[in-house]
Design a protein around this ligand. Structure first.
Ligand SMILES: *[C@@H]1O[C@H](CO)[C@@H](O)[C@H](O)[C@H]1NC(C)=O
Ligand SMILES: *[C@@H]1O[C@H](CO)[C@@H](O)[C@H](O)[C@H]1NC(C)=O
Ligand SMILES: *[C@@H]1O[C@H](CO)[C@@H](O)[C@H](O)[C@H]1NC(C)=O
Ligand SMILES: *[C@@H]1O[C@H](CO)[C@@H](O)[C@H](O)[C@H]1NC(C)=O
Ligand SMILES: *[C@@H]1O[C@H](CO)[C@@H](O)[C@H](O)[C@H]1NC(C)=O
Length: 382
């Protein structure tokens, strides 16, 4: 059971672990293009008012953090120093090993006018340009939600690097460990099964962001109103580029599964006025298709791997056609807007957020950190 731990980066024994960690490095750079390797074709997302046509609209407010750990760049974040949350984190998925030990939460020293490149443990009550670990403590409604997920880190060092608060937003507990986590797990399976590049290696590009809301925690850190995520990759098996998008409100009582949407639908959701939002502009990523047609197969794999377990075997959102995956024809799905009409239905949205939370436990194939339970409160942090 991995769920509750996803957002705890500090387990009791992690303190010991810290002793063995060599200094970490992070770099605040001027342009997104100074941090290569994490965006598909090095193409920048287009985010109205923030990052338009490759230009950061307010250089004092939005900072590019080339998230570096142990002298290696791991992923890139565009950080909003006013709201003290990331705008998005982007990374190249290469597979994610199982790993449980969490490091302490860290911060980005270079945002605080120091030249120290080393990512540091968050050890001050407050910082001027970013959130501190204190800001997240003693909050029963929101926990620390990763944009670049812990479970997506390729190796341990990549995972550790996700535990910087510059990659974190205040996320409603039940959203983080509910529909959002189901989505992360499902997409991870898609990435591993379908995103196989021409070298036979797993390679997928993921961009995950947060839309700022109107409330703050500790009168300081913005609580995003919604989180979104999109991925795109070349699929050797399918001989084409595949992509999908997801988003969900950062509220209690959401659905059990997020609907799998097209890139175009995400674009529509986040465009403002005549300013267009785009995740992978100018690439071959399909705008009108989703990967929902692969879910029956993924759920089937999952079922086989877990046949000895009594738990419910659904994992990705249940699809109308459960037996056979839809034939992948050359033409895009005719009805792009409704690839999975039943996503919301399996959960009759009652008063309780997740009536069947225990059932679709992930654990599959994959390197999901199958962790022991940790109290679902702020307690484990020091
Ligand atoms: C840092 O990188 C070096 C060289 O790649 C490696 O030997 C070492 O284990 C890494 N340390 C950590 C804490 O990841
Ligand atoms: C998710 O978090 C909520 C609130 O902390 C908790 O009630 C629920 O049991 C958790 N669900 C899972 C699957 O861990
Ligand atoms: C990638 O695809 C090739 C051929 O389709 C297959 O042999 C290989 O095992 C796949 N690799 C991964 C990592 O899935
Ligand atoms: C988010 O909340 C809004 C307003 O309540 C609602 O219209 C919308 O459908 C919700 N979106 C999702 C993805 O649940
Ligand atoms: C990356 O850019 C090159 C050159 O513009 C283009 O030919 C290629 O199709 C692009 N790749 C994707 C995945 O869009």
């Amino acid at each position: 059971m991995m769920s509750p731990l996803k957002m705890w980066c500090l387990l009791p024994f992690a303190v010991l672990l810290l002793l063995s960690i060599t200094p970490t490095e992070t770099e605040v750079v001027n342009e997104m293009s100074d941090c290569e390797g994490f965006l598909l074709n090095e193409t920048l997302p287009n985010i109205p008012g923030v990052l338009e046509h490759g230009n950061i609209q307010d250089q004092n407010r939005y900072k590019v953090i080339c998230q570096t750990y142990n002298d290696t760049r791991r992923f890139v974040t565009l950080y909003d120093t006013n709201n003290k949350i990331p705008v998005f984190s982007a990374y190249k998925y290469r597979g994610g090993q199982k790993e449980r030990k969490r490091p302490p939460w860290m911060i980005e020293p270079q945002l605080e006018d120091t030249n120290d490149k080393n990512m540091q443990k968050s050890n001050k009550p407050a910082y001027q340009h970013q959130a501190s670990n204190e800001d997240y403590k003693k909050n029963s409604d929101y926990n620390r939600g990763h944009l670049f997920p812990w479970s997506y880190g390729f190796e341990r060092s990549d995972k550790i690097s996700t535990c910087t608060l510059t990659n974190i937003v205040p996320q409603v507990n039940s959203f983080n460990n509910g529909s959002w986590q189901n989505m992360e797990n499902c997409v991870k399976c898609v990435l591993e099964k379908y995103c196989n590049n021409s070298n036979g290696k797993i390679e997928g590009y993921v961009v995950t962001g947060a839309k700022p809301g109107t409330f703050k925690i500790k009168e300081k850190v913005n609580i995003p109103s919604m989180l979104w995520s999109a991925f795109c990759c070349y699929s050797q098996i399918e001989k084409k580029w595949i992509a999908s998008a997801h988003w969900g409100n950062n509220t209690k009582y959401g659905p059990k599964y997020l609907e799998t949407k097209t890139l175009e639908e995400l674009q529509q959701e986040l465009s403002t006025g005549n300013k267009r939002f785009q995740v992978f502009p100018g690439t071959q990523c399909p705008l009108k298709e989703t990967v929902a047609k692969y879910y029956p197969e993924i759920n089937e794999d999952f079922k086989i791997k877990n046949k000895n377990k009594k738990k419910e075997t659904k994992f990705c959102p249940p699809q109308p056609t459960t037996t056979s995956p839809q034939p992948t024809t050359t033409s895009p799905q005719p009805t792009t807007t409704s690839p999975q009409p039943t996503t919301t239905s399996p959960q009759p949205t009652t008063t309780s957020p997740q009536p069947t939370t225990t059932s679709p436990q992930p654990t599959t194939t994959s390197p999901q950190p199958t962790l022991k339970r940790v109290p679902a409160s702020d307690a484990p942090q020091h």
